[in-house]
Design a protein around this ligand. Sequence first.
Ligand code: ZN
Length: 204
Amino acid sequence: MDIKTFIEGPVGTNMYIVSEGGDCVIIDPAFYDEEAVRYIMNTGLTLRAILLTHAHFDHTMGLSDYLDCFDTDVYLSEDDREMLYVGAKDASSAFGITYKVSEVPLTLAAADGETIEAGKLSFRVIATPGHTRGSVCYLSEKDHVLFSGDTLFFAGAGRTDLYSGSYIQLMSSIHNKLMALPDETAVYSGHGRSTTIENERRYY
Ligand SMILES: [Zn+2]
């Protein structure tokens, strides 16, 4: 499995293109980036799905543009669906960015425990409410890689003061679900550098 990181937008959001054997997925289509489109096309990859860890605007602004380029499935938790259309619009206006996600036809729900098959790639959905009610992480069980969105960061956790956030839920998600993963699990977060479950265990 190959992981290519693109850092996008005013708050430095990590957008990942994860590939294996000619198939790829985008995890959090933060902002439109021609370089990312070129990367997919020039390497002959087939985009099998777009996976959203949650619906905050800084993780979703590129969604409609990528769907203009590629015909593919989009996964998002049902609990963040409303935010994708409504809540993030307000947040994006604070940065003076036109929000286009409202034009996107959704999609498939990413439900806890579900396995998403995307060509040769496979991810288990782990519901981790707290940063938003519908926040999820995507786990590649074969490669021991977790895409944690804004739930777990290097030496930190996501903020919970925004709409539908809950500190108690976030701590419960991290303690009960993420800390139950093997030490060697690599963690690729929505912002900042990657880490491991072993590294983060000292804080929880
Ligand atoms: Zn967020």
